[in-house]
Design a protein around this ligand. Sequence first.
Ligand code: MZP
Length: 498
Amino acid sequence: AFYYTEPSRTFSEFLLVPNLTTKDCNPSNVSLKTPIVKFKKGEQPAFSLNIPFSSAVMQAVSDDRMAVALARSGGISFIFGSQSVESQAEMVRKAKSYKAGFVVSRSNLTPSHTLKDILELKERTGHSTVAITDDGTPKGKLVGIVTGRDYRLSRDPLHKQVSDFMTPFSKLIYGKAGLSLSEANNLIWDHKLNCLPVVDEQQKLEYLVFRKDYDEHKENPYELLDANKSYIVGAGINTKDYEERVPALVAAGADVLVIDSSDGFSEWQKETIQYVKSNFNVKIGAGNIVDREGFLYLVEAGADFIKVGIGGGSICITREQKGIGRGQASSLIEVAAARDEYFQETGIYIPICSDGGIVHDYHITLSLAMGADFVMMGRYFARFDESPTRKLKIGNNFVKEFWGEGSNRARNWQRYDTGGKQGLVFEEGVDSYVPYAGGLQENLDKTLHKIKSTMCNCGSTTISELQKNARITLVSATSIVEGGAHDVILKENSISGE
Ligand code: MZP
């Protein structure tokens, strides 16, 4: 046997050491934009994310609702594949039918319409943003906007209800209409506002559009209002029924596929990638692998991105059941080095996704610093309203259900298949609860803010700078104790983590 000289390590064994933080390195200047599919040096990737987050290919996590909510925030969901081809394709179709912007003519509305009517219209059309203009064209004057987050802004109090619902922010903007663009910038690039100025020829502020994904469009705000773009939607596939599943998912509009498997270093995956590449123009990720050999094998097979991680998932018992796996940090560090070497040699950049085992928000920052381009999380997203599972009250606490794909409940045997007898013979995952945490957006905002401020501590305003500049230290068992609150008597309700 071959023996590794180093133990395999995981995130909690490392800390980031701060670098110089320059004055312009502040959270509002941090960009988390990241590639998710391979690209050649000097070219742009076909797909990138505004935040480096993907939700796990799991029944308890990623359905069409989660896909829309996360895409709206700049990430991507991979809709679970452990369901019939028809129902998965239908979820993809539904998620793709949501549009990033939509204009409603005011002439469709009368003063008797209420805010409820507008919200119903938004619901009915399935559009995430309904912009109401006075003449119904994107260039018309905006008189109201209803977005996914239900911010409302109206310069012309079309309805009393609209003005009643206006947030303190929009009241502030109301009072200040007529600002110059630079003045407006000072006001609106406030992280919390997250909105876009639309100015007239004299650069006077015309109105503000509240959008989550304004970054993509800030060059051309007018375009943003008939943009009518659908969100990027991903879907999981397996190495068994791909000849049936992939055509249906592609027809439904899936942009990115991923082969969902607990062990991706296999000829099954190579065959699947080659089938997809020779029959469809769709991106495909592969995995999971935990070392250089696995990475290179799948890259040579044609994968567009690689997923890293075996046995670290919160609901995973693969390491206990089969004794295979590797600490997530060690896996990531080795695969990132192989990816960088491959890029040096070929000029082709292969994004890598760190999948599983993220417990604290800082683990996400560490993953990025260790070379991940994005992360995949199950437990994190399962806690939110948008996950597909039931919310229950146990004792005094609300929880959400969360089960592994290798559990008896999911019976996703294709994910664990190594050929031979087909079906789930033994479990590799558990059925569990996670603490209910509320809505996705509010939690995501907090996590993103933590990541951005940590990046500033490390002197980096982009993920690639973080990967280059980060200084990471191993911690001793004793210094881990030092890292939490210690030697004090905690008051009730003290918050120790997220
Ligand atoms: P986590 O974010 O909950 O720690 O991990 C989620 C990841 O665990 C998934 O993306 C997937 O790779 C993995 N997973 C899903 N089901 C199982 C299982 O039943 C599992 N063993 O390991």
